[in-house]
Design a protein around this ligand. Structure first.
Ligand SMILES: [Zn+2]
Length: 301
């Protein structure tokens, strides 16, 4: 993992999941903790080698690839940990993620893997959206829901650590159906990102960019296209079950899903795009023959 300097205070470790770092005199804040202890060990080794302190941890949202290394960090160092409201409940009780993906049933053992569930971490301070001054760090948090319930972006020293509020174009095409919880909210968050005054932004997956608005626009366009394809399918079928919508979208995007955990993630993702159509009142639903089915609402464009 390469340590890249953005400005006099802001850095990031470039990797499959970026890890941010902000240096403030005798303090240093890690932004997201990577997926596991191995990743965090490498981060700490590099920071120690550069003589950079580690005193704080900020988690953008409770997905294990962003907090899985947090438990090791907290065992190895004394860090003051910030986490968003609501997400903090999952960070303290990580089995909630496999639980909600499994529709509320007790998750099967195979779902309790490091991709869905990291080790629990301590949270010292729960944050909402707002401006904060803590131990020499002055920062603003932005509520950016849609990828997770209460994700917070972190603006500090003219740099925005955006978490997974947007993805690089490469990542969008790699994921095919990017994981969202609510595509309507995700698109609103993307427009909100464009209104934040910063010199540049770093997504959770992708590179730091000064001109990140083009990438944000590509995210908006990508989600609109997905929603459009979904709507066209429902229109063609007239009445179609949730299960068939999930299968159709995964087929269209040529997604390889042979594990239950992957299928559950795509089921949630596809449902996020259905939710956008429901919120836009383009699509309606009912329970028909014991199935959750969708149809195009009359009189809608
Ligand atoms: Zn995420």
């Amino acid at each position: 993992m390469k340590l890249i300097q953005i400005n006099s205070n802001c850095y990031y470790f470039s990797g499959p999941v970026n890890i941010g770092y902000i240096h403030q005199e005798e303090s240093g804040m890690i932004v997201d903790a990577g997926i596991d202890s191995q990743t965090m060990k490498k981060v700490l080794k590099k920071l120690d080698g550069e003589g950079l302190p580690v005193t704080h941890l900020f988690i953008t949202h409770a997905h294990s690839d962003h907090y899985g290394g947090g438990s090791y960090l907290q065992q190895d160092r004394t860090v003051y940990t910030f986490a968003p409201y609501y997400e903090e409940a999952i960070l303290r009780n990580p089995s909630i993620e496999p639980l909600y993906l499994f529709g509320g049933n007790d998750p099967l053992p195979e779902l309790r893997n490091k991709f869905l569930e990291g080790n629990s971490i301590f949270v010292d301070e729960v944050l909402q959206e707002g401006a904060y001054e803590r131990d020499g760090f002055n920062f603003t948090t932005y509520l950016l829901p849609g990828h997770s319930y209460y994700q917070l972006g972190l603006k500090i020293q003219d740099c925005l650590y955006a978490g997974d509020a947007y993805f690089s174009e490469e990542q969008l095409h790699k994921h095919k159906i990017p994981f969202l919880t609510d595509a309507h909210l995700a698109i609103q968050s993307l427009y909100k990102l464009k209104g934040i005054q910063v010199k540049g932004a770093l997504p959770g997956h992708g590179e730091y960019e000064e001109d990140f608005h083009d990438t944000v626009d590509a995210n908006i366009a990508y989600y609109h296209e997905l929603i459009h394809m979904l709507r066209a399918y429902i229109e063609e079928e007239e009445l179609v079950s949730h299960e068939d919508v999930v299968a159709h979208m995964c087929t269209m995007y040529q997604i390889k899903v042979d594990q239950l955990s992957q299928w559950l993630l795509f089921r949630t993702a596809v449902t996020a795009y259905i939710i956008a159509l429901l919120k836009q009142e383009q699509v309606g639903y009912k329970i028909h023959d014991y199935r959750w089915v969708f149809y195009i609402k009359e009189g809608e464009a």
